[in-house]
Design a protein around this ligand. Structure first.
Ligand code: SF4
Ligand code: SF4
Length: 292
C-alpha cells in the first residue's frame, strides 16, 4: 500500500504506524513490536497451525508466550533498543480477545507510554463485547480477519467455534462468527478506530468471494483490506498457495470497494522492527530466546 506520491491516506498515523503509512517515508519511520500474550483461540481455522519456535516467519508463531508483566518489561527494553518504536501490537499466537491478557497488557502499556499506538489483531468473535474497553485502553488501530461473509464458505474455513462455553459447528458457527465480526467492525468504526481487514485468499474456497467481503466490510466503515495468500498447512495442507495472477485478481476485486494493502510481511506474533526492513527480535529477547 506504500505510495511514493500523493497525500497520506491516514494522516494521523503516517510515520506512526508502518502498516497504516501510505508513503515509503512514513513506513520506514516507525517500528512496531508484537507482544505474544494471547495463549489460546476461540475458533478453529482449518489452516491454522500455532507453534512456538525460533525459525518460522509467519503469523501464529512466537518464541514463547509472555505474561502481561513480562510484556511490559519487553516494551521497556524495546524502547531502549529502538528509539523509533511507535506501535505496540498484539497479534497472537492465539486470539487476543479469547483471554483477558491482551486487554490487561494494553491498559498497562497505555498508562505508562501513552504516546505509543496500540494495535490489535483479532478474528472478531469476541469483538462486540470488548470494543469499548479496547478503545478506552487506548487501542487506535485494529485488524479483523474476515475470510468470508457467506456462511457456506466460512464453514469450510472455520468449521467450529467456542461460543458461550459451548462448541458450535458448521453453518451455525459460521453465521455466528460472521455476525460478530460485522457487528464488531461497525462498532469499532463508530468509535473512531482505523480498521484493516485481513482476508486469507484460499484457492477453491473464497477466491471468487473477495469482492463481496470487501463490499460488506467497507460499508461498515473498515478502511483497508489486506489479501493474504494461504500458507497451506494443517487441514488445508493439500491446497496450493495462490499464485501472483490469482492474488492480483483478488486485489483488483477488493479495490473496487476499498483501499488495498499490498506489503504485508506475514509477521510473527513476537516481531520487532519495521516490517520488511529490520528485525530486532533476537536483540530484544537477549535472554537465550534467540529467534533465527
Ligand atoms: Fe488460528 Fe487465528 Fe484462526 Fe485462531 S483465528 S484458529 S489463531 S488463524
Ligand atoms: Fe503489518 Fe502485515 Fe506485519 Fe501485521 S503482519 S505488522 S499488517 S506487515
Amino acid at each position: 500500500m506504500r505510495e511514493e506520491t500523493g497525500a497520506p491516506a491516514f494522516p494521523a498515523l503516517e510515520g506512526r504506524h508502518p502498516c497504516f503509512s501510505t508513503t515509503a517515508e512514513g513506513h520506514n519511520a516507525a517500528a512496531r513490536l508484537h507482544l505474544p500474550v494471547a495463549p489460546t483461540c476461540n475458533i478453529a481455522c482449518a489452516f491454522c497451525r500455532r507453534d512456538f519456535n525460533r525459525s518460522e516467519k509467519r503469523p501464529g508463531v512466537a518464541a514463547r508466550l509472555l505474561s502481561p508483566d513480562e510484556a511490559v518489561n519487553i516494551v521497556e527494553r524495546a524502547l531502549a533498543l529502538l528509539p523509533n518504536l511507535a506501535v505496540v501490537g498484539i497479534a497472537g499466537p492465539g486470539d487476543p480477545l479469547a483471554t483477558p491478557h491482551a486487554l490487561e497488557t494494553f491498559a498497562r502499556v497505555h498508562e505508562r507510554w501513552p504516546h505509543l499506538v496500540l494495535c490489535l489483531s483479532t478474528n472478531g468473535l469476541a469483538l462486540p463485547q470488548h470494543v469499548d474497553a479496547l478503545a478506552a485502553a487506548g487501542v487506535e488501530t485494529m485488524t479483523v480477519t474476515v475470510n468470508a461473509v457467506d456462511p457456506e464458505l466460512q464453514a469450510q474455513i472455520t468449521p467450529k467455534i467456542a461460543w458461550q462455553r459451548k462448541r458450535v459447528d458448521g453453518i451455525a458457527a459460521a453465521e455466528r462468527l460472521i455476525a460478530q465480526q460485522l457487528e464488531g467492525i461497525e462498532k469499532a468504526a463508530k468509535l473512531g478506530l482505523t480498521i484493516k481487514i485481513n482476508t486469507v485468499l484460499i484457492p477453491g474456497v473464497n477466491n471468487h468471494h473477495i469482492g463481496e467481503v470487501a463490499a460488506r466490510v467497507a460499508a461498515l466503515g473498515a478502511h483497508l483490506i489486506n489479501i493474504i495468500p494461504l500458507i497451506p498447512q494443517h487441514n488445508l495442507a493439500h491446497l496450493k498457495e495462490p499464485g501472483m495472477i490469482e492474488r492480483q485478481r483478488a486485489r483488483a476485486e477488493a479495490a473496487k470497494h476499498m483501499r488495498v494493502f499490498t506489503h504485508c510481511q506475514r509477521c510473527r506474533a513476537d516481531a520487532c522492527g519495521i516490517p520488511g526492513v529490520s528485525d530486532y527480535t533476537n536483540e530484544l529477547y537477549g535472554d537465550g530466546l534467540k529467534v533465527e
